[in-house]
Structures are given as structure tokens and as C-alpha cells.
Design a protein around this ligand. Structure first.
Ligand code: AHG
Length: 281
């Protein structure tokens, strides 16, 4: 596992260089789910593949940018599900973006997750790892290495609310819940990048991030293997909760297709309680 963490650190260092200096324009390609790809998406995917495929314990790579799962080392142990540059459409406006990694053993289902890592490319480059009951914050230092900063945990209740999805298509009970939370005093914090948005809630100690099912997208937008399950793993390990719109723990999900999406709620215990009451679950 240590070599995987180190390889993710090396990939993150190279991706932040690309973000700093490369063109933020579109490429001619579309990815596996039909999104038009940025040149940065393609380069980040290439960097991650190059760094992770040389680690002998990595058996296969499942990228958000690709249709297929690629076998890289027959005798390896882990399958890495990753989004090399999440929120890449924010790069041209110079907002924070991220990379997300789920380290699975055996298959790409929730219970098979052994560790999760995400990287935030902001004014500083930070990496959060969740492994063996510890969620740790690391920061890129002057020498190009990640230095340990502190462990992270969520409080019982926070102050921030990140409500995703197109409001016009929210179901009435979802809108009622969001309105009620704002009336209680929650502050809006939503950038459109799940990595910085969830990172902010985690660092500030609590709150709610919601990307619900909507009338136009009943299964939500965020992808289980590359985005939802790694963050569910981090949030649960930090003492929070991560559920779908039926109250099911996201970590219990088995995945039919590795590009599947699902409605998702991540937060501290009190805010997830509010979701359960609003959804009657
Ligand atoms: P993408 O990687 O296509 O830019 O999508 C980003 C994801 C996620 O990071 C974020 O929370 C969500 O899309 C934002 O979606 P909305 O624009 O619908 O709010």
C-alpha cells in the first residue's frame, strides 16, 4: 500500500505542474461517458496510468476517462478506481480541482475498498488519505514531498451546506430540506468541484454535501467507483456518514457497471439525520 500512496503523490506533483502551465482548452475526444475531454483530463489520466501501472501490487486500473478496466500486472492485488482530474471544467476559471483514488481488492464494490486518497489542487496542494482507521492530511512542501499535517475527523454537527444538482429539477422534499437547513443558519459553500467542496466540509469539521437524484437525473450525477465510494470511505472513517436517498450506506453498494452513478449525501451525523427525516428513510 505504501508504494501506491507514494505513486499517487508523484502523480499529484506532475498533475499540479500540468495545471499550472498547460493549456486548459478542449481536446477533440470524448470520454467513456460522453463528456468532452480537456487536454488536461487526458494528460492527467496518462500521468496516473504511468505512475500506478509500474507498481507491482496494482493489478488493474479503472479510470473515469476510459470505458474498460485495464489489466496492468497479472499478479497484482489491488484495482484502482480513479478520477484523474475531477471538476476539470473549473481549471479555466482557476478554481480548485482534484484527483480521487479508490483502492479496491477483488472487485470494484463498496465493501472491497481498502483505502482511499484524494488530492486538492488549490493555493496549496493537499492530499488526504484514509487507511486503517486513520484519515490523514498531507501537504506538498518546498521539496516536492508530501509532509504529514494532522489527522482529520468530523464533529457531530457543522455549519456548511453544499447542495448539488440543478435546483429546477430538485424534488420538493429535497428543496424543503435545503431551505430548512439554510433557515437554521447553514452557510452555502458550493464550488462545483466535489473534491474542494467535500474537503472544505471535512477540514472545517462538518456540514452536508448533497448530490441528489433529480427529476432529470434520478440516479444523480456522481460516479460510484471513482467519486462516491472513495469519499464515502473517507467520510465514514472520519466519523461521518455517507448514504443514498433510501438511507442505505454507500459503502454497501455493489456496482453493476463501473460508470454507474447514484444519489449521494455525505456529512456529519446530525446533517445526515436531517436527510433521513426529509426523505422519510
Ligand atoms: P466534471 O468532472 O465533469 O467537471 O464534474 C464534476 C463533478 C463534481 O466534482 C461536482 O460536485 C459536480 O460534478 C458538479 O456538478 P454540477 O455542475 O451539476 O453542480
Amino acid at each position: 500500500m505504501k508504494e501506491i500512496f507514494e505513486a499517487v503523490g508523484k502523480a499529484a506533483f506532475r498533475i499540479q505542474e500540468a495545471l499550472s502551465y498547460d493549456d486548459t482548452g478542449y481536446a477533440d475526444n470524448k470520454n467513456a461517458t460522453g463528456d468532452v475531454q480537456l487536454k488536461l483530463d487526458i494528460k492527467s489520466d496518462y500521468i496516473v496510468e504511468e505512475e500506478l501501472s509500474r507498481i507491482p501490487t496494482v493489478k488493474a486500473l479503472a479510470s473515469e476517462e476510459k470505458d474498460q478496466v485495464d489489466l496492468v500486472n497479472e499478479s497484482g492485488r489491488y484495482i484502482i478506481g480513479y478520477d484523474p482530474l475531477d471538476g476539470s471544467s473549473l481549471a479555466d476559471v482557476n478554481l480548485s480541482v482534484g484527483s480521487i483514488f479508490g483502492i479496491y481488492e477483488g472487485d470494484l464494490n463498496g465493501p472491497s475498498l481498502k483505502a482511499a486518497i484524494y488530492v486538492v489542487y488549490g493555493p496549496r496542494i493537499e492530499l488526504v488519505s484514509a487507511y486503517r482507521d486513520r484519515v490523514e492530511l498531507w501537504r506538498l512542501d518546498r521539496n516536492g514531498k508530501f509532509s504529514f499535517v494532522q489527522t482529520l475527523s468530523l464533529k457531530e454537527r457543522g455549519k456548511l451546506l453544499a447542495p448539488g444538482g440543478t435546483q429546477k429539477h430538485w424534488y420538493p422534499h429535497h428543496k424543503t430540506m435545503v431551505d430548512a437547513l439554510f433557515q437554521e443558519g447553514y452557510r452555502l459553500r458550493y464550488s462545483g468541484g466535489m473534491v474542494p467542496d467535500l474537503h472544505q466540509i471535512l477540514i472545517k469539521g462538518g456540514g452536508l454535501f448533497a448530490y441528489p437524484g433529480t427529476s432529470d437525473k434520478p440516479e444523480g450525477k456522481l460516479r460510484l467507483v471513482f467519486e462516491v465510494l472513495p469519499f464515502a470511505f473517507v467520510y465514514e472513517m472520519a466519523g461521518g456518514e455517507a448514504i443514498d436517498d433510501r438511507g442505505r450506506r454507500l459503502m454497501e453498494y455493489t456496482v453493476a457497471g463501473h460508470h454507474d452513478t447514484c444519489p449521494c449525501f455525505f456529512g456529519s451525523r446530525e446533517e445526515i439525520g436531517a436527510v433521513k427525516r426529509a426523505y422519510g428513510i
